[in-house]
Design a protein around this ligand. Structure first.
Ligand SMILES: Cc1ncc(COP(=O)(O)O)c(C=O)c1O
Length: 397
């Protein structure tokens, strides 16, 4: 396979050629590969039939859908029977929460450093099954979940722990492998929200050693669909939600609900191929290196000013963090700052709590406008980030 060329990668995205908008809300949603867009149109115009049929076009559609599932599973190092594709990570977690079996009085540990997607489903599950919820977080300035700060919360009653791989506000990478070990030593199941990690680094659920893992392809250069992994072993803790006459062997059988979006599922092999296919290592090494340069430019500027607080790690080391960078400026309202950037430039950044409301309110202690967030991916350029720094210099007091 030829080396992954960062500069050329940009050319694969039609939106990036269209106008001069600079996309820096990628943690909200990334742009979509041109080949994916084309394949969705082709599927709909040539093979859009109900799956499961034996006639000629039906067979082609069946195969394309199956190939989508196989590619998504192989991409994260899972078996196809261990994944389900659904409308969103929120929906996939809600489905999982409806299906998991625990006993009254069991304990679950939830983190406050999360997008609400990885909280609400488990609070709902706890209410329904009469489980006790324990809260896990890490104070400022560390703001990092570790196996060490989890340990005091674990008990013989702990049956489930959930946390994010990377916070969509803080950008720091949690060591989920180390956390998985202590969760398993305690005899509990471990669920990880990989939504903010997956656009930046290789996902290998077996190497992470997790029981459940999820991310959304609309932030990984594809359209709106999400994948949830549940190991074969972990599936034993699930009650299938399928119709009584349907099979229940795979995760998709158990909580898939009438199949996933056909035209998007069949496009997944194209995204996987873009990210290196069966050999994603070199692609993600190139992405990590480039992202390290991007985040250094912004972090160097932000940390040079005494009136700016970066929430999360200020290290530009790609092993420490991904380029999702949130900050507040003393005496400046985050909303007003973003509006000034909108007026002064073509840079698309955002303000708010980004659904990580518990983190922003309770851990960071911020007001309703919360943070300004700049979220970069590999198709952003150093020139763009240098330009953003100049805009910030202009609009900041
Ligand atoms: C970290 C994180 N988790 C979960 C979600 C929700 O994903 P979805 O929209 O697929 O439900 C988001 C979306 O912004 C997110 O950033």
């Amino acid at each position: 396979m030829p080396e992954f060329n960062i500069a050329k990668a940009k050319e694969r995205f039609p939106a990036l050629k269209k106008d001069d908008q600079v996309y820096l809300d990628n943690a909200g949603g990334s742009q979509v590969l041109g080949d994916v867009i084309d394949s969705v149109a082709q599927y709909l115009s040539g093979t859009n039939v109900q799956l499961g049929a034996s006639y000629r076009v039906g067979q082609i559609s069946n195969q394309k859908y199956e190939d989508g599932y196989k590619a998504a599973a192989a991409y994260i190092n899972a078996d196809p029977s261990e994944i389900v594709l659904g409308t969103s990570t929120t929906q996939n977690f809600m489905n999982l929460a409806s299906s998991l079996k625990f006993n009254e009085g069991d304990e679950i540990i939830l983190s406050k450093m999360e997008h609400e997607t990885n909280v609400k489903p488990w609070v709902y599950m706890a209410d329904k099954l009469k489980l006790t919820v324990k809260w896990w977080y890490s104070e400022k300035p560390e703001l990092k979940l570790t196996s060490e700060n989890l340990k005091p919360l674990l008990s013989a009653k702990t049956k489930f722990v959930a946390c994010t791989h990377v916070s969509n506000i803080l950008g720091s990478i949690h060591d989920v492998k180390a956390i998985a070990k202590v969760v398993h030593d305690a005899g509990a199941l471990f669920c990880v929200d990989g939504v903010s990690f997956a656009p930046h680094r290789q996902v290998d659920v077996k190497a992470f050693g997790v029981d459940f893992y999820a991310f959304s392809w609309y932030k990984v250069y594809g359209p709106h669909i999400a994948v949830l992994y549940a190991s074969t072993e972990a599936q034993k803790h699930m009650k299938p939600l399928a119709h009584y006459f349907n099979p229940t062997g795979t995760l998709a059988d158990k909580i898939g609900f009438a199949a996933s979006n056909y035209e998007i599922t069949q496009s997944i092999p194209i995204i996987v191929d873009y990210l290196g296919g069966s050999n994603p290592g070199p692609v993600f090494a190139a992405i990590a290196e480039h992202e390290g340069k991007l985040q250094k430019i912004l972090l160097d500027f932000l940390t040079s000013r005494k009136d700016i607080t970066v929430h999360g790690s200020t290290s530009s080391d790609s092993k420490e963090r991904v380029p999702t960078i949130s900050f507040t400026v003393e005496g400046v309202n985050s909303k007003e700052l973003v509006e000034k950037v909108d007026k002064a430039s073509n840079y698309g950044i955002r303000w708010g709590h980004f659904y990580s409301k518990r983190l922003c309110d309770e851990v960071l202690g911020l007001g309703p406008e919360a943070v300004c967030r700049v979220s970069m991916v590999h198709y952003n350029t150093e020139k763009e980030i240098e330009g953003l720094v100049e805009v910030l210099k202009k609009v900041l007091p």
